[in-house]
Design a protein around this ligand. Structure first.
Ligand code: TYD
Length: 207
């Protein structure tokens, strides 16, 4: 039996993490085995790389180095968590995956999209079966994100224009890729969860 791989995407403060938790609970209640994980991170070594990425000065890394760090963390996460969980028949819910690199790092620097796509083919190879993109108002989600006063705010500090661009890139990905579905996240938590559940239940009923 092979599992099912769901990624949840959206800009900072879009409510992905809350929705990932609600989705896990719903699936568990129905008896599904679920692995909830996140990027960058998810397993010890990758969480160590996460610290290098989400904290500190904005110009801490060159663009290429930053992409390599995201992919190093991702490869480790795949090897140690995602692939074994899928092999054991689990539904994997991952809070961000390669689309985040395409949107955040590629969106900021289109010259790097080729590198990202090459790394995706060479070291990731596994695409999610279903990607949920939570669509929100960038100014609201940014202020929500910054209110958390987390030290993990290196990307939030890039500002509103950056988040607006990221939101637009997510919208175009959802148009381009069949596995990617845009969910209206401007509603309350419960309504957003219901929209996500409608989508997910349609997909897992057919596996
Ligand atoms: P995350 O923990 O999902 O933050 P939040 O819960 O605020 O959305 O992700 C941490 C930051 O890392 C986030 O600002 C987006 C950024 N990021 C990238 O820039 N590229 C990537 O490939 C990934 C996975 C995350």
């Amino acid at each position: 039996m092979s599992g099912y791989f769901i990624s949840i995407e959206g800009i900072d403060g879009s409510g992905k993490t809350t929705q990932a938790n609600l989705l896990k609970r719903k699936l568990n209640d129905l008896g599904y085995k679920v692995t909830l994980t996140r990027e960058p991170g998810g397993v010890t070594g990758a969480e160590e790389i996460r610290n290098l990425l989400v904290k500190g000065d904005q110009d801490r890394w060159s663009s290429v180095t930053e992409i390599l760090l995201f992919f190093a963390a991702r490869r480790h996460h795949l090897e140690r968590c995602i692939l074994p969980a899928l092999d054991s028949g689990s539904i994997v819910i991952c809070d961000r995956f390669t689309d985040s690199t395409l949107v955040y790092q590629g969106g900021n620097n289109p010259n790097l999209i080729k590198l990202i796509n090459n790394l995706r083919e060479l070291v990731v190879k596994r695409e999610p079966d279903l990607t949920i993109v939570i669509d929100v108002d960038p100014s609201k989600s940014l202020s929500r994100g910054l209110k958390r006063k987390s030290k993990e705010n290196r990307f939030e500090l890039f500002g509103l224009e950056f988040q607006e661009k990221a939101n637009l890139s997510y919208r175009s990905l959802s148009k381009e890729l069949e596995r990617c579905h845009l969910i209206n996240g401007k509603k309350n938590i419960k309504d957003t969860h219901e929209s996500i559940w409608k989508l997910v239940s349609n997909h897992i009923n057919s596996i």
